[in-house]
Design a binder for this molecule. Sequence first.
Ligand SMILES: [Zn+2]
Length: 218
Amino acid sequence: MNREKAKLMQIEVCSTAKSMYNSGLVAGTWGNISARIDEDYMVITPSGMDYERLYAEQMVIVNMNTLEYEGSLKPSIEAVVHAAVYKDRPEVNGIMHTHSTYALTVAAARKPIPPICDDQVQILGGDVKVAAYTMPGTKEMAESVVDALKGRMGALIANHGAITVGRTLKEAYTGSQVLEKTAMVYINCQSIGGAVEISQEDIDFFHDFFLHKYGQKK
Ligand SMILES: [Zn+2]
């Protein structure tokens, strides 16, 4: 493992955890964040710690094959889910898992979110599926989340919360904000007769644009 990279990822995961906490996407110590170091290792937030008091060295380095970890703090109980997603998705380098209010509302209703917002389809890649209800931190949860994420950058987890992934942790963070807003828009639209869905042709165009052409030319 590249120790320099591991350190940088610890710093990034810690600062993203603090932003997540301050943004209101999580309450208390709920939710967790990770970043990939390489094929075999990731950095993840520790279990049950106060986000405000976290410092970078406390972010836990976990072997994704064995789930063994370094240091005295236990990794988040959902490390097994993060590891399974990294193993399934080589392009993913950052993951955010939240229990944010609107996403959890839709997840509790176990309703997938149709493709209704521009930024949703650009960043998340289309409709948002709901992973089956399973016990947190189990292999079953890992499998159902990996399934619900197929071809997407975000999913809901039945009666539990939301998960977003990105080519960078920053992208996963943006995804979690977009998913929370999309869930709110979806709920609001129900009261005025329902949203009109974006066509598959437009979804493909927007998502491809985001993945390959968005941002400044290098
Ligand atoms: Zn959770």
